[in-house]
Design a protein around this ligand. Structure first.
Ligand SMILES: Cc1cc2nc3c(=O)[nH]c(=O)nc-3n(C[C@H](O)[C@H](O)[C@H](O)COP(=O)(O)OP(=O)(O)OC[C@H]3O[C@@H](n4cnc5c(N)ncnc54)[C@H](O)[C@@H]3O)c2cc1C
Length: 378
């Protein structure tokens, strides 16, 4: 008998398990490790201050979540320095071509208005820079039209982060099994466990953190969870012999970006294929789009070596916000899913609050905007 069973071993499942085991809860994590696991493909950009797509509720939560990283990372990297890939590398938001100037100006207005209203980041940490300054920071860049530099932006490697969360959680007592959860066990109005390989595992609470696969449990408990896979294809390039480690993230306006890592690695993407279904494979069009867009914004990448192209299925909710907390009508059942394109940003705080709720404690931050009750068709 476990206190809590967590279904799913992406960043969300592992973040929940980390905070559960840190609080001393007897926890079992079950992960099928599906092809297309989003966490293994994520670009890892952490920069709420330059996000202009999502509502204020998202921003407040994201801002608090990324603030957890500087304390969390040293704990996770104690035995393996650098294993999460986390670094405060900064970010350049650019209008690469003339057609992007108008959307850039609109975004800049929103970014600087929020900066004034909140009196942060400081004007030296979030400011417009010249095209020449932008290219000095990211040498492969085209001669861009406009640029904003945000020094506080960071990056994190999803695979490394999930692995590090798992290692530390196991030291805190977490049990992990690679297994597919076939169904929930529901007695009356309460979940009492899960079934794996015909065998029942009992628990006081169950957390569904199954990414894009989470809605599969809906039929059993009578809810239609509006979360669907959104395919993302993302290329890993290498600029041999270049010291890329300190380069900032570059974000342009056709939804694509570049993230630089040590050893010349530059990750570029990604497609956002809404309605892709469960099709976790590369396509000619997707790879073509990624390469074309990379070279439009950064022609200096043209001779880079292609190391690999990854594909992930983002768990995208109908309104773009995650589902966090108790499932109405089924005591002991909780969701931590629907994080779409920002699960690495929201992951630490989502994990913390869902762990609190699964342990019967009040959530330490307001998650009403992400309640499971919204948008559910019973
Ligand atoms: C190309 C790409 C770029 C991205 N870039 C960023 C970024 O820059 N910044 C950012 O913040 N976010 C980014 N994201 C988003 C982020 O990666 C996701 O939101 C996050 O990883 C989702 O994590 P998850 O744990 O919910 O799902 P997943 O990582 O998909 O994990 C779900 C796991 O649950 C398991 N599972 C499902 N059902 C069952 C079952 N019945 N039994 C057992 N196991 C089960 C699956 O096998 C899988 O392993 C990006 C995503 C992609 C694809």
């Amino acid at each position: 008998m476990h206190d809590v069973i967590v279904i799913g071993g992406g960043v969300l499942g592992h973040a929940v398990a980390y905070y559960l085991t840190r609080a001393g809860a007897k926890t079992l994590l079950l992960d099928r490790n599906d092809t297309g696991k989003a966490t293994a493909a994520g670009a890892g950009i952490l920069s709420p201050e330059t996000n202009t797509r999502d509502p204020e509720a998202w921003f407040e939560f994201a801002h608090q979540s990324v603030a957890l990283y500087p304390d969390l990372v040293p704990v996770l990297e104690e035995d393996a320095p650098g294993c999460t890939g986390y670094a405060q590398c900064g970010l350049l938001l650019v209008a690469a071509t003339e057609d992007e100037v108008e959307p850039f100006e609109r975004a800049a207005e929103r970014i600087f208005e929020r900066q004034r209203r909140r009196s942060e980041p400081s004007p030296s940490d979030l400011r417009a820079v010249s095209p020449a300054e932008a290219r000095r920071l990211f040498p492969p860049l085209a001669a861009v039209q406009r640029a904003i530099h945000h020094t506080g932006a960071a990056r994190v490697d999803g695979r490394g982060l999930a692995q590090a969360l798992q290692s530390v959680s196991q030291r805190q007592g977490l049990r992990v099994r690679q297994a597919s959860v076939e169904r929930l066990v529901v007695e009356g109005d309460r979940v009492t466990g899960v079934v794996v390989g015909g065998e029942t595992h009992s628990a006081g609470a169950v957390v569904i953190a199954g990414g894009a696969w989470s809605p599969a449990f809906g039929a059993q408990i009578g809810l239609d969870l509006p979360v669907a896979p959104q395919r993302g294809q993302i290329a890993h390039l290498r600029l041999r012999g270049q010291a890329t480690e300190g380069w900032p993230v570059v974000n342009a306006f056709h939804g694509h970006y570049m993230v630089a890592w040590p050893d010349g690695r530059v990750v570029t993407g990604a497609t956002r294929e809404t309605g892709s279904g469960f099709a976790p494979y590369l396509t000619a069009r997707g790879v073509g789009e990624v390469m074309r867009e990379a070279l439009r914004v950064a022609p200096g990448l043209a001779e880079a070596e292609v190391l690999e192209v990854r594909v992930g299925l983002r768990p995208l909710s109908a309104d773009g916000l995650p589902f966090l907390g108790p499932v109405p009508g089924v005591a002991g059942l909780f969701l931590a899913t629907g994080h779409g394109p920002t699960g690495l940003t929201l992951g630490p705080l989502s994990g913390k609050v869902v762990a609190e709720m699964a342990l019967g404690q009040p959530a330490s931050v307001d998650v009403s905007a992400f309640s499971v009750g919204r948008g559910l068709r019973k």
